[in-house]
Design a protein around this ligand. Structure first.
Ligand code: DLL
Length: 432
């Protein structure tokens, strides 16, 4: 089943809709967002200059930093009385990335999420166990309202409390699991250790997975251990949340909901637009958003686009699973972590230096994060009580400011390896 007719629009009809919506979006940002008006003026362009879809390449890029610089609501194109929801991602002290939604944005988000569920064959007969985190993260609520829209029963379980989640999943006879892939594997491991028979005790038929980069091997493992079909969902809060694209039953590639999100692939270094099939950074322009319309947003995610028609009947372009990042962002159990943010937090703590290393690894199926930090010369390493206090302090600051749970390892000055004089800031041992 296909949820919306727009998903099957012939190319020409889709392009007409896209250009109409692009023109509206460009006028909206020019007239309502001083940041964009200034950028357009600097480039010498007016909204009237956008006549065809190709003209999009004349428009300026938007970066995550632009959202931070305009914190909290500076890029909103509507006044606050029209905003019905905000979400936010982690950030340095006081500077997270904030996104907002009007009523019509919520309708659009719920609609694209309903498309996602329908793509996976989920109907009103299903019971969805939603283990994405509820709160400022868009995962929980995004999956929640989409499920309600297709009439499925949603269990708003959120993250953590694995044993209780397993019990509910079994007793409620959940047929769909929505979770990060790493949490799904962690659940499987826990279920086995508690004596469940994964295929007999649970009634799952499919899972909706996303929010973090996942290797083909890990996807296969999730699918096999639970005995379910694996559907992949991609999205980011700046564009909407989950629901920018999603895989169908015919392919592992993800259909981008092009009537709402216009994709381009660029060379991350030069900014030049690359042809279909070539790997580069995904850039997305929102076509219908009201509260936070966004022009040529640099997602930082590396992928390529495939325009060939899909057997499922959807005409929307497909993207490959994310292959990596154009920047140094790490995703740890679904939480985005920028080394620069960790550094900022460390810089606020006394007793340590800024010689540190972030080590991402796997503990069972979950990601683990260790931060090794060199202490100050005058820090007595034999005073265990003092060191423990310092460790707890750093741990608390990272949790409060960035929502990350890291183990802190304090080491003597000059312990951390330097490579060609440069500090090695990130060691990712997860082997993706
Ligand atoms: O992670 C939204 C989401 C929630 C998507 C639940 C899917 C499921 P953010 O917290 O803003 O939003 O993080 C966005 O996560 O730029 C990617 O780097 C990464 N990401 C999201 N989905 C995938 C995926 C949500 N399927 C950032 N594969 C994005 C790889 C993904 N990376």
């Amino acid at each position: 089943m296909i949820y919306s007719t727009e998903e099957t629009f012939p190319k020409e009809k889709l392009e007409k809709l896209q250009i109409k919506r692009l023109k509206e979006t460009v006028s909206r940002v020019y007239n309502n967002v001083p940041f964009y008006q200034k950028k357009f003026k600097e480039l010498g362009i007016l909204p009237e200059d956008i006549k065809s879809i190709e003209d999009i390449s004349k428009l300026p890029f938007t970066k995550k930093q632009d959202l931070r610089d305009n914190y909290p609501f500076g890029l909103f194109a509507v006044s606050q009385d029209a905003v019905v929801r905000v979400h936010s991602s982690s950030g340095t002290t006081g500077k997270p990335t904030v996104v907002g939604y009007t009523k019509s944005d919520m309708d659009m988000w719920n609609e694209v999420m309903a498309r996602v569920y329908t793509m996976a064959g989920v109907t009103s007969e299903d019971l969805v166990h939603n283990a994405y985190g509820y709160g400022l993260f868009t995962g929980g609520l995004g999956f929640h309202y989409g499920a309600e829209k297709v009439g499925a029963t949603i269990v708003p379980s959120s993250g953590g409390f694995t044993s209780r989640q397993l019990l509910l999943m079994k007793d409620f006879k959940a047929t769909v699991l929505a979770a990060t892939p790493s949490f799904a594997l962690h659940m499987a491991e826990k279920a086995k250790s508690e004596g469940y028979d994964l295929k007999k005790d649970f009634k799952l038929k499919c899972g909706l997975f996303g929010a973090e980069p996942t290797s083909p091997g890990l996807k296969k493992e999730v699918s096999e251990v639970w005995g379910i079909d694996y559907f992949e969902i991609y999205g980011l809060s700046e564009i909407i949340g989950p629901g920018v694209s999603s895989s169908c039953t015919c392919s592992d590639e993800l259909h981008i909901f092009e009537d709402h999100f216009y994709p381009e692939i660029i060379d991350p270094k030069s900014g030049e637009v690359l042809p279909y099939g070539q790997k580069g950074e995904l850039v997305i322009t929102s076509l219908t958003k009201q509260a936070l319309p966004i022009i040529r947003y640099r997602t930082g995610d590396i992928t390529s686009l495939n325009p060939t028609p899909c057997r499922c009947g959807r005409t929307h372009i497909k993207m490959k699973s994310i292959m990596g990042r154009a920047d140094d962002m790490l995703i740890v159990n679904g939480v985005n972590v920028f080394p620069s943010q960790v550094e900022h937090v460390l810089s606020q703590v006394s007793g340590i230096t800024l010689n540190y290393q972030i080590i991402a690894d796997k503990k069972g199926y979950l990601d683990s994060l260790e931060i090794m930090v060199e202490v100050n010369e005058d820090m007595p390493l034999d005073n265990l009580g003092e060191l423990e206090k310092l460790q707890k302090n750093i741990q608390g600051e990272l949790l409060n400011n960035l929502y990350i749970n890291a183990k802190i390892k304090l080491v003597e000055p000059r312990t951390i390896e330097r490579s060609m004089g440069k500090a090695v800031r990130v060691v990712d041992k997860r082997n993706l």
